[in-house]
Design a protein around this ligand. Structure first.
Ligand code: PLP
Length: 225
């Protein structure tokens, strides 16, 4: 399967999920996750019309960034250690993994312009996953107000590796509920209009539950490294 075939397949599924839930495909942005892929594969994505690329490690991100620069919008989707902030923070367009004040502080210190961020929430409560507890999220976002390089444009979560639709749906709908609570607060620094949720095996359900950005690796890009 070529990237174009994969993309056509995925677009069809996005359309179906939108039809089911009364949404429009234009409300959903695909982030192509290139962590298992070469620079050449990332180029093919751009040629197929993809504009948003996601990476989860600093070194791999920088390699691709150096090759492709502003031909893509760059999403950093992995856990970011504070000591790695300096090397990447002025090259990325979005951060999906803001989960602690020490990281916010470091970003505030190093970033030159406003950075659109997602606050990562560990909705499923699995120990292996990063992110805030749902009940901590509102307070955390409130505490981000003084860090004026950070704009909380949305929430991000990773669902459990489950095939059970009910389990997945519960996780995604809980993130949507939390988003509405943040929006009610009308924080200037946290408009929170986006939801980054859904990966290769669960993006249709995530879209039905309100995802505006889906992060697709295997299903779209495959693996070539
Ligand atoms: C790898 C990764 C993805 C994409 O995973 P696939 O299942 O291959 O689509 C999405 N989000 C994050 C945070 C990832 O690390």
């Amino acid at each position: 399967m070529t990237i174009r075939d994969n993309l056509a397949n995925i677009n069809e599924k996005i359309q179906e999920a939108c039809n089911k839930s009364g949404r429009k495909p234009e409300e959903v942005t695909i982030i192509a996750v290139t962590k298992y892929s070469s620079i050449q594969r990332a180029e093919e994505l751009l040629e197929a019309g993809i504009r948003h690329l996601g990476e989860n490690r600093d070194r791999e991100f920088l390699e691709k960034y150096e090759a492709l620069q502003n031909r893509a919008q760059w999403h950093f989707i992995g856990t970011l250690q504070s000591r790695k902030v300096k090397g990447i923070i002025n090259h990325i367009d979005y951060l999906h993994s803001l989960d602690r004040l020490s990281l916010a502080k470091e970003i505030h210190k190093r970033r030159e312009e406003l950075l659109p961020c997602f606050v990562q929430v560990n909705v499923s409560g699995e120990e292996s996953k990063h992110g805030l507890k749902p009940e901590e999220t509102l307070d955390f976002i409130e505490q981000l107000a003084p860090f004026n390089k950070i704009q909380v444009i949305g929430l991000m979560t990773m669902a459990p590796l489950s095939k059970d639709e009910h389990t997945l749906r519960k996780v995604f709908s809980k993130l949507k509920e939390l988003q509405l609570k943040v929006q009610e607060k009308k924080f200037n620094h946290a408009p929170c209009h986006e939801l980054s949720m859904g990966m290769s095996n669960d993006f249709e359900i995530a879209i039905e539950e309100g995802a505006t950005m889906v992060r697709l690796g295997t299903a779209l890009v495959g693996k070539d490294i």
